[in-house]
Design a protein around this ligand. Structure first.
Ligand code: PEP
Ligand code: MN
Length: 344
């Protein structure tokens, strides 16, 4: 349930509503918007009729049910878009944020060269996997702790905040020491033990959509984080599984627009995993921005043919620079189909 306070409600009246929501067996969540304050009553064991009765309490405008199963994530609970601060970079504000870097951290030289290159091209955050979710146990699994150290050095060198994936609850504390943002990968979107743990930390989370998850399931996964206390959540569409085999996944751009409509959380797009094709990344990036994405996450490698993971979809640094250059020019295709990276 949502208690919409009137625009003239006093602090005392708001406090009274918070108190009454607690007495009715719900948890109160206050959102102070530009126009008015909203107090959401969230929980499964409260007495709804006591909240409904608050419509006649002083300072209350209306009491309405939250239509969606995801309560705190919904735009009804917070009409203003939220902005997530990652080491000084604001995701969800007026600027489109571009996060770039290799799929995996492979060496100090590889990450530093890539980090410098993407920074020169205009990216404002660095990505790099230390713990990799690989389909086969025989594929490169990531450098773990060593990669975390390299990521931190790259951040100190370039000033770019760093995002890296967390796959297990065991690694949360360690990764928090090294990264500015923790990524929940597509395969872990419904790892509820991990989500519950991440709800208790004071670090922003990048929550990727599961390859077979509906938008509702994705937003409910985010609800685990918000309801557990972590409101610093950015959603990421990275393509879903369909019958299409021409692209690695099917980039669901309507889901970006829908998530923005249903939720106040920032939404970014991952055209690298979404398409698996360098030639499509520029166009799909621009399309994502056109449907309202707050940012992009793009895989870039100093030499894609030597990459230990996802080389086939990675851009090299000059290609990434061209994609960056094209972002303001929505109609121009930037990379020729089948074009190869320049550096061997
Ligand atoms: C990645 O970002 O490299 C990755 C593994 O992403 P996803 O979880 O979307 O597959
Ligand atoms: Mn990858």
């Amino acid at each position: 349930m949502i208690v919409n306070m009137s625009d003239s409600a006093t602090e005392q009246q708001i406090d009274h509503i918070i108190q009454r929501i607690r007495e009715a067996g719900f948890q109160p969540h206050v959102t102070r918007g530009t126009e008015r304050t909203i107090v959401a009553a969230v929980g499964s064991n409260g007495r709804r009729h006591e909240i409904e009765a608050l419509s006649v309490a002083p300072g209350v405008d209306t009491v309405v049910a939250i239509a969606q199963p995801f309560k705190l994530v919904s735009r009804q609970a917070r009409p203003d878009s939220s902005v997530v601060d990652v080491g000084g970079i604001k995701i969800g504000g007026p600027e489109v944020v571009v996060i770039a870097g290799p799929c995996s951290v492979e060496s100090r030289e590889q990450l530093f060269e890539t980090a410098r290159g993407i920074k020169r091209a205009g990216a404002t955050m660095l990505r790099g996997g230390a713990y990799k979710p690989r389909t086969s146990p025989y594929e490169f699994q990531g450098l773990g702790m060593e990669a975390l150290k390299i990521l931190r050095e790259a951040r100190d060198l370039t000033g770019l905040p760093v995002v890296t994936e967390v796959m297990s609850t065991e690694d949360v504390d360690l990764i928090c020491e090294y990264a500015d943002m923790l990524q929940v990968g597509a395969r872990n979107m419904q790892n509820f033990a991990l989500l519950r743990r991440l709800a208790t930390i004071n670090k922003p989370i990048l929550l990727k959509r599961g390859p077979s998850a509906t938008v509702k399931e994705w937003l409910l996964a985010a609800e685990y984080l918000l309801s557990g206390g972590n409101h610093q959540v950015v959603l990421c569409e990275r393509g879903i599984k369909t019958f299409e085999t021409g692209t690695r996944n099917t980039m669901d751009l309507a889901a970006v627009a829908l998530a923005k409509e249903l939720s106040h959380l920032p939404v970014i797009a991952d055209p690298s995993h979404g398409t698996g094709k360098p030639s499509l990344i520029g166009m799909v990036s621009r399309a994502a921005i056109a449907v309202g994405a707050d940012g992009l996450i793009i895989e870039v490698h100093r030499c894609p043919e030597r990459a230990l993971s996802d080389g086939a979809q990675s851009l090299d640094i000059p290609q990434f620079a061209r994609v960056m250059h094209s972002l303001g020019d929505p109609l121009r295709p930037v990379l020729a189909v089948g074009e190869r990276p320049t550096q061997a």
